[in-house]
Design a protein around this ligand. Structure first.
Ligand SMILES: Cc1cc2nc3c(=O)[nH]c(=O)nc-3n(C[C@H](O)[C@H](O)[C@H](O)COP(=O)(O)OP(=O)(O)OC[C@H]3O[C@@H](n4cnc5c(N)ncnc54)[C@H](O)[C@@H]3O)c2cc1C
Length: 425
């Protein structure tokens, strides 16, 4: 008998439809068990039932788990269990390459980078008989450990002093070297400050007309490349649809990030060596930026205040000393302590900080939604049972003013010692 796995679209539909009378029975049959949220699909991909979140309370009403487990599981690279369920994919002899140059803000793949890698996978995996490989080119030092989970098959890491800082001439010359040697079918860069500039420079160097501000890419049999993209034009007032060109500068959410597979992220190098570039641009180092002027959506470190903050002067002083961008809960905003543009949450700004410190914030579901993508959450709260403490990676139980004062004291002491050491040297 043939070993081919036959798909049963009807059963798959029932497994997705929680209201179908045979839903649980079919879920169990597909290998998930009556209460499971996940089951293995016929092509080996783990399927997740999006409706099986939370639990049914004693009165029959569905309750959402606010412990943070759900958010943690959804965040990229966060949950070990989610990682383990991924299917391993190795593409030994790719039919072609898709080159991606992620921004690596703060030394890690940003959510924009992950969306772009999702788009790269979409292009690479379109023909399962002849899959392409996704090549990521990363400049400078990084702290990322989840390249494979993000969908990268080959990783070219250009490290060392030579590649740190703002070096557009060297970066473009290196990408040109990659283009000569590997001739990627597509180049994908984030249309951000860094990636947007690099992508435009690369397009000019290669003499190609890029598509900028791309927010959607779809298969289109009628177009010359088999793909069509839609980009924002006329200062965001119109959409422009065109055949997908070779160089694509894409916006965040241009595609779903990779979530079901894990790739090899095999290290590779340029066989012809790195180019020698006599740069005309010199990087004079970073300029200190006032954290208050950084938009919440882009902030890396946020000190957010809620209804538990009573001493507002100490809160503002702590944010200044720590160099943090200020955020707030809706109550703090409604009470007039913080401006409206500082509100974090479902009806405020969705933030993706590396560190989010919630001072006197209870962790209402609307607030937690806005911090799902934060890497590390620290809660300062009197109530050890509140939802923010459950969500946090680190919790300090105590009065907000006292904890902030102690934190400021430690930071000032540390800076004083550093200065003394420098003076002594
Ligand atoms: C449609 C809708 C949309 C909403 N959108 C948002 C949104 O986008 N963002 C948002 O934030 N909210 C939003 N809310 C409001 C949300 O439901 C909560 O009311 C709000 O987030 C609570 O703010 P809070 O945690 O600051 O205040 P509280 O819930 O009052 O919590 C205060 C916390 O401070 C702690 N505390 C008290 N005193 C101290 C102390 N001395 N030291 C340390 N801790 C202390 C308490 O233990 C408590 O945990 C929305 C609500 C609705 C209905």
């Amino acid at each position: 008998m043939s070993e081919l796995v036959r798909r049963d679209p009807r059963k798959e539909w029932i497994a997705r439809n929680r209201l179908h009378p045979q839903h649980l029975e079919v879920l169990a049959e597909l290998g998930g068990g009556a209460v499971a949220n996940e089951w293995m699909g016929p092509n080996g991909v783990m399927r997740r039932n999006p409706h099986a979140v939370g639990f049914i309370g004693p009165n029959g009403i569905r309750r959402i788990d606010r412990s943070g487990a759900q958010q943690a599981a959804q965040a990229p690279g966060r949950s070990v269990e989610a990682k383990d369920a991924r299917r391993h994919v190795a593409i030994d002899t790719p039919a072609f390459m898709i080159a991606v140059v992620p921004d690596m803000a703060g030394g890690r793949l940003s959510s924009h980078d992950r969306d772009l890698l999702g788009l790269a996978r979409q292009l690479a995996d379109a023909d399962p008989a002849q899959p392409g490989a996704v090549l990521a080119i990363v400049f400078g030092e990084h702290k990322e450990t989840t390249f494979g989970e993000a969908g990268i098959d080959r990783l070219m890491h250009l490290e060392g002093e030579r590649f740190s800082g703002y070096l557009p001439e060297l970066s473009v010359a290196t990408l040109q070297g990659v283009d000569r040697e590997m001739a990627p079918r597509y180049w994908l860069l984030p249309d951000s400050n860094v990636g947007g500039e690099l992508g435009r420079r690369l397009a000019a160097r290669l003499g190609e007309r890029p598509a900028a501000q791309v927010w959607q890419v779809e298969a289109d049999a009628e177009s010359a490349t088999g793909w069509r993209c839609t980009a924002r034009g006329a200062a965001g007032r119109n959409d422009i649809s065109r055949t997908l060109p070779r160089i694509v500068l894409a916006l965040a959410e241009c595609a779903d990030p990779v979530s079901e597979t894990r790739h090899a992220a095999e290290p590779i190098k340029l066989s012809n060596g790195l180019p020698d570039v006599l740069g005309r641009i010199e990087d004079m180092g970073e300029v200190a930026v006032d954290p208050a002027s950084v938009s919440l959506a882009e902030a890396e470190f946020i000190l957010s205040a809620g209804n538990g903050v009573k001493d507002w002067d100490s809160y503002h002083y702590a944010a200044d000393v720590l160099g943090a961008t200020k955020g707030a809960s809706r109550v703090a905003v409604d009470d007039g302590y913080m401006p409206r543009d500082r509100q974090v949450g479902a009806t405020g700004t969705w933030v993706s900080a590396r560190v989010y410190v919630a001072v006197g914030i209870s962790g209402a579901i609307q607030h937690l939604q806005g911090i799902q993508s934060c890497d590390k959450v620290v809660a300062i709260n009197l109530d050890e049972g509140c939802d923010m403490v459950k969500r946090a990676d680190l919790a300090v139980i105590g009065d907000a003013s006292a904890v902030l004062a102690a934190l400021v004291k430690r930071v000032e002491q540390y800076r004083f010692e550093q200065q003394e050491n420098r003076d002594a040297a």
